[in-house]
Design a protein around this ligand. Sequence first.
Ligand code: G1P
Length: 271
Amino acid sequence: MIKQAIIPLAGLGTRLLPLTSVFAKELLPINGKPGIEYILEECKEAGIKEIIFIISKKKEMIKKYFYNDKFYQRIIQKKNDKRVIKEYRKILRYKKMIKFVYQNKPSGTGDAVLKTRKFIKDDFFLMLLPDDLIIKKNCSKSMIKIHNKFNASVMASMNVKKKTVSRWGIFKLKKKFSKFNHLIEDVVEKPSISEAPSNKAVIGRYILPKKIFSELLKIEPGKGQELHITDAIRSLIKKKEKFIAHSFSGKYLDCGTMDGYIKSSMEISKL
Ligand code: G1P
């Protein structure tokens, strides 16, 4: 069973400047709710019991959001506002599930994953990238089902326009397991159009094996001198570790760019 999830939150959010110059992008409201709460809801509904937040000193605002008890207690004591009480209770429920670890240098998603090494208990765990919202269908829940069926690692996949392949990790697929699930032959981080093995991109939901940690310790930094999770996955695939690409059926919202962020509120308001 997948019981633990990790969420890298140390990114600077430069694609959302000026909104992120003093504010954590994951706390920015999307249709009246901080983006991170959509991710937490997805985890909870998928049966996750513990969530590890990888933050940095610059992003301590995120911790504060869950540890602002005195403030809430004072407000609730002053005015017995039902809405505030309900919101505070929700935050307390999440707080119980969350652990914080630090990644103070932005050295890539692979480096962020490594920071959680001591905390992962089971053979597999879930990772969610908070820029990627998936609405209408719980992608993590579907991926956990696939993991349970095939006892393999799973990554979310979506077709993208060929001219945008250099923005994503791109899959080379092997065998078809079922309509929405393929065995992965290879995955390349942000290839050029000519290098790209397909137009099937990695979207930010991963069920990873614990083995990924020892692989991350072995590999060298890749593009931009960062340690990429994609490179560690690639290396495990070469060692015959089974990874499945799952074409999810929910709707993807890219909240990491200004254009996508603006559109995401509109999309969610239509639900
Ligand atoms: C990361 C991954 C990339 C993946 C993308 C999905 O890139 O490295 O493989 O396709 O998330 O959003 P980033 O968005 O951090 O540049």
